[in-house]
Write a protein that binds this ligand. Structure first.
Ligand code: GRG
Length: 300
């Protein structure tokens, strides 16, 4: 492993992902320009690029060249950004501020924001379909498309959002099992697919793909718990989005259910589980391990 510090590794990967996204996305002058501007506005608003970085790291952990995983990395970021645009809409979480900027509907109006989300969802699969698996790869392009469609569909990402929406404004608090189910669907599924697609691009053996699946699931749950903790402990400026919203809207979260200390302990336990899962990669899994630590310790 190169002596490159983890921080510069993240910065470098973010730049690599950004330039891939620049190439995959139509220019903002492409007609009709409003929609392409709006897609680019949210996509390049300053996201951390955690999911695509995980895709590239998973590919490398399995001995693949990260270029093979680039369409998948760009595709997961497009799905993620679409979900944020739609989540911020007045009919959902109703937020004015995301990634430190006015949200899509605040800048372009609701109609264009809905369409920008739709267009990012659609282009994600257009980009993913450009994956070129290595000769004799055990995974076909259809396998890549299926994996991401499953994670983003009505049984996972969208399903989690439905339960979240239905739980709002109810006097009855969710049970811990229901809360976990929402986190699995809304957050962990896309993170899991992000690492799986990286492994598939490297023709991972079924055993290695399972290790990545276990890693993605545990890291995904830990990520959401930390996100809920940060909502309580950090400022809006720090997060680049409205902080304190979960308490204000009486949302069921880990900190609300178990308190900050227990929530932090659970995130730490899940991170340990994730680290154990990628033990099979030996030295090649070092970046995944560093990312898992970083996700646990992050402050925004
Ligand atoms: C609207 C279909 C639909 C789904 C919405 C993803 C989601 C479901 C809602 C967004 C809000 C939320 C709590 C999502 C859970 C995942 C999460 C914590 C997202 C934030 O991810 P970061 O921190 O964001 O990676 P950046 O901006 O850095 O990319």
């Amino acid at each position: 492993m190169a002596a490159e510090s983890f921080k510069s590794y993240l910065t470098g990967r973010k730049k690599t992902v950004d330039s891939a996204l620049q190439k995959f996305l139509p220019t903002s002058r492409t007609r009709p320009s409003t929609i392409h501007e709006a897609m680019r506005y949210s996509l390049f608003a300053g996201g951390k690029r955690l999911r695509p970085i995980l895709t590239l790291a998973a590919c490398e952990a399995c001995g693949g060249k990260m270029e093979r995983a680039m369409p998948a990395a760009a595709a997961v970021e497009c799905i993620h950004t679409y979900s944020l645009i739609h989540d911020d809409l007045p009919c959902m979480d109703d937020d004015d501020f995301r990634r430190g900027q006015p949200t899509s509907h605040t800048k372009y109006g609701e109609g264009i924001a809905v369409l920008a989300g739709d267009a990012l969802l659609t282009i994600a699969f257009e980009i993913l379909a450009q994956t070129k698996p290595a000769p004799k790869c055990r995974y076909s392009v259809a396998d890549f498309v299926l994996d991401l469609a499953d994670a983003s569909g009505s049984r996972k990402l969208i399903g989690g959002q439905v339960l979240d929406l239905e739980g709002e404004g109810q006097d009855v608090q969710l049970s811990p099992t229901q809360l976990r189910y929402i986190h699995e669907s809304k957050t962990a599924a896309l993170l899991t697919s992000s690492v799986r697609l990286g492994g598939m691009a490297a023709n991972a053996t079924p055993m290695k793909l399972q290790a990545l699946t276990d890693f993605g699931y545990s890291v995904g749950l830990a990520f959401q718990i930390i996100d809920d903790i940060l909502d309580v402990t950090q400022s809006s400026e720090q997060l680049g989005k409205s902080a304190g919203k979960d308490v204000a809207t009486d949302k069921s979260t880990y900190p609300a259910m178990f308190g900050l200390e227990k929530s932090r302990k659970e995130a730490t336990r899940l991170t340990r589980k994730a680290l154990k899962a990628v033990g099979v990669f030996g030295e090649n899994g070092e970046r995944l391990e560093q990312i898992a630590h970083y996700l646990l310790d992050r402050d925004y």
